[in-house]
Design a protein around this ligand. Structure first.
Ligand code: GLR
Ligand code: MG
Length: 435
């Protein structure tokens, strides 16, 4: 007679790639595509409980997610410390997975490596395990992480220069209109503040020449006096330009995010300014921490559980930053409500998260949840419902999956430069430093 399977053992995993509508947001590489890929993970235990996870859905991630899902069958959702080794064994470190030294297309995440892909895939499964475990135990995810320290997590408005619609009228059109100058950026910020109550603002830079972006930050400072402001050109500037902008905006910036690319340039900039430098580009794995901290290249690291390998790894990063007196904030790429719930649960447990977290969520009109997560007074409530506390809308999921199935492959991999070529056929990713 064989033993009955443990109720927390994983019986089934469903992977559903989807395409989600995304507005024409501009960044230094190009513009967002009309639809962006995400992967939704549903993990079912032997006890019949389902856990949800969400991560990047581009082909490179799907190729790793499928074998990892197969290898997880039979393991318990509580076996989280074993996940990284399992992922390394199953996904491997083959050069095929790295794309050589290529920079992440549209990812703005520094050089693409096999480890980064693996950690992002792993993060989605870790969240699904925690959700299932929490639901089975009747506990919120934050309790599994040691308990929440706050009842609400603060988020900031993520401002973008943008067009009113995608070139050629592709995709969905929203009612935000264009924002291509300081007045447009302030109007966008005002709508964010009025609708969601955000009180801190980050502008995606690296799109227009620096003087125009400096003017936009000045206009924001005039419209929202005393509010925390951030500018993030994703490494588009030289050291000299970074220092000039830091000097010009020193009185209003909370921090300057990735003004120049790479730890060496960031260290040069940091040595010449008192404005704190933040990053989600030169420090996105544990291996990159030692050099960057030794060289005092960054004063704030943006955690992101999709980058660092999950919610528990995010807490480990927080402990390292705390130890070295480096600040912590939170990064966001395009994401849906499952990820926002996960971000909120972990953020609630981190003592040294002293900056409002980034989120793209307001830009996403579509979601796979039965109920959108509310942002009020710039904050998301930290729920005490079991697991992540969110419910999957199967019809929505199926519809967004059908869109993915119907795509000819042109949108299944994020490529902001390719999207830009629809407006400017000669466009290539600008060489850095761009200014
Ligand atoms: O803080 C950041 O660098 C990002 O959020 C990177 C993103 O890729 C953002 O620039 C975007 O979605 O265009
Ligand atoms: Mg950034």
């Amino acid at each position: 007679m064989t033993d009955a399977p443990h109720p927390l053992a994983i019986a089934e995993i469903r992977l559903t790639p989807i395409l989600v509508a995304d507005p024409p947001l501009l960044n230094t590489q190009g513009v967002h595509q009309p639809y962006t890929p995400r992967l939704i993970i549903e993990l079912v235990t032997e006890g019949g409980v389902t856990g949800l996870g969400e991560t990047y859905g581009d082909t490179g991630y799907l190729d790793l997610a499928r074998p990892l899902a197969a290898a997880l069958i039979g393991r318990r959702v509580t076996d989280l410390n074993g996940l990284p080794a399992l992922a390394a064994e199953v996904c491997g470190d083959s050069p095929d997975a790295t794309g050589g030294d290529a920079v992440h297309a549209g990812g703005l995440r520094g050089v693409r490596t096999a480890e980064k892909l693996r950690l992002s895939v792993l993060s989605g499964f870790e969240v699904a395990c925690l959700d299932a475990w929490g639901r089975a135990a009747g506990l919120p995810v934050h309790a599994l992480l040691g308990g929440k320290l706050r009842d609400r997590v603060e988020y900031g408005a993520y401002l973008f220069h943008r067009w009113a619609e995608h070139p050629g009228g592709r995709g969905e059109r929203d009612d935000w209109g264009a924002a291509l100058d300081p007045a447009g950026v302030v109007a966008q910020a005002r709508r964010f503040a009025d609708t969601y109550g955000f009180t801190s603002f980050k502008l995606k830079g690296g799109v227009f020449e620096p003087a125009r972006e400096v003017a936009a930050i000045r206009a924001l400072a005039a419209a929202f006096p005393g509010r925390p402001l951030r500018l993030d050109p994703n490494g588009a500037w030289s050291t000299a330009t970074s220092l000039r902008v830091a000097d010009e905006l020193a009185d209003v910036l909370e921090y300057l995010e990735d003004p120049a690319g790479g730890t060496a340039r960031m260290a040069e900039v940091a040595a010449g300014t008192r404005v704190p430098l933040a990053t989600n580009m030169c420090v996105t794995t544990f291996d990159e921490i030692a050099e960057a901290f030794r060289r005092r290249a960054v004063q704030v690291v943006l955690c992101d559980h999709h980058y660092w390998g999950g919610l528990r790894a995010t807490r480990e990063l927080a402990a390292v930053c705390r130890t070295f007196g480096v600040g912590l904030s939170m990064h966001s790429n395009t994401h849906l409500g499952i990820s926002l719930a996960a971000m909120t649960q972990v953020a609630a447990t981190v003592p040294n998260l002293h900056h409002a977290c980034d989120t793209h969520y307001p830009w996403q009109a579509e979601d796979v949840l039965t109920e959108r997560i509310a942002i009020r007074d710039g904050q998301v409530d930290v729920g005490d419902a079991p697991g992540l506390g969110v419910t999957l809308d199967r019809d929505r999921l199926a519809a967004l999956h059908r869109r993915w199935l119907a795509d000819d492959g042109g949108l299944r991999d994020r490529d902001d430069a390719a999207a830009m070529r629809c407006a400017d056929p000669d466009w290539t990713v600008p060489a850095v430093p761009r200014w």
